[in-house]
Design a protein around this ligand. Structure first.
Ligand SMILES: [Zn+2]
Length: 306
């Protein structure tokens, strides 16, 4: 009789345990486009990967809805950029207690830069925020791929070899992108990227020996640039003979237009890859394609021809 009770008890425990596991869907949710793309390059058709941000939505002011949070806590893996990009991720951590979901910080092991670290070219922000835009440096992007690979392999060990092969192949593509950037940008006649968008290309500029200038304070586009700051940029354009102003995707390029009207500069797009538009998503846009297009823009705007 005793054994029988014990057996029933164990059976109930086991049933509960498998219920908990069944609750988690075999699905990976990624907050922003870069880690969404990195993850799908690794897992391909083995696991469903979902991009949390709706197409075309600006990510810095984004907060998940209660429904999003329920969806996230039902998934197997949640990949986010880090606490400085998604401060609300703490909520997910709290809501996921007791569930077998892996919460993956893609910036793990990467030392984030603050405004001072950007060698005095930072956005002049009074808060001690760290710059979350690590993905725009293809060398740091390779680290993110490693972190994502390790995390999802621990959840889906049955696909280890397949994931490893894909992660390796993808990192080689990122390395080729980096080498191409390095070679091309070393010929740049102008070393200044005058970006009418928010300060997103700090890591990129640092990697390739360029200077990044933005009218926005802080690392997000949430506070509009002041007229004084725009005037400063106008002076920069004249003093340094800048002939191109780069503008950001997903934001109205009105600052770029104003500066261009005042100075006769060209305006050229530079995509910071946080998210993609509906059209880009439908056309199969990838992180690598975005970065290749950026290199073309920079080549034109900074004069990288021999
Ligand atoms: Zn940003």
């Amino acid at each position: 009789m005793k054994y029988c009770i014990l057996f029933v008890f164990l059976w109930i425990l086991q049933a509960c345990d498998s219920n908990i596991k069944q609750e988690q869907e075999k699905k990976i949710i990624a907050t922003l486009f870069p880690q969404y793309d990195f993850t799908r390059q690794i897992v391909q058709d083995k696991v469903k990967v979902v991009l949390l941000l709706p197409p075309g939505v600006e990510p810095h002011s984004y907060e998940p809805t209660p429904r999003d949070i329920i969806e996230i806590t039902k998934s197997s893996v949640f990949v986010y950029t880090g606490e400085h990009m998604e401060p609300w991720a703490q909520k997910i951590v709290q809501q996921s207690r007791g569930k077998s979901i892996l919460i993956l910080d893609a910036s793990k092991g990467i030392e984030l830069m603050s405004e001072e670290d950007h060698e005095g070219h930072g956005p002049g922000c009074t808060h001690h925020h760290k710059d979350p835009h690590i993905w725009l440096d293809p060398v740091l992007a390779q680290k993110m791929v490693d972190t994502i690979f390790q995390g999802i392999t621990s959840v889906f060990p049955e696909h280890r070899d397949f994931f490893q092969k894909n992660a390796q192949g993808y990192k080689e593509q990122l390395e080729r992108l980096h080498q191409k950037n390095k070679e091309t940008l070393s010929k740049a006649k102008s070393k200044k990227i005058l970006y009418a968008g928010h300060f997103a290309f700090g890591y990129f500029a640092q990697r390739y020996g360029l200077e990044h200038i933005s009218p926005y304070k802080g690392f997000s586009p949430n506070a509009e640039p002041t007229p004084g700051r725009i005037l400063e940029l106008l002076n920069n354009i004249k003093d340094f003979h800048i002939n191109t102003i780069f503008y950001e995707e997903l934001l109205d390029p009105k600052i770029a237009r104003v500066l261009s009207e005042e100075t006769g500069c060209n305006i050229v797009p530079l995509h910071a890859a946080h998210n993609v538009s509906k059209e880009e998503s439908a056309s199969g846009m990838t992180y690598i394609k975005i970065m290749e297009n950026n290199l073309k823009s920079l080549q034109e705007g900074l004069g990288c021809h021999e």
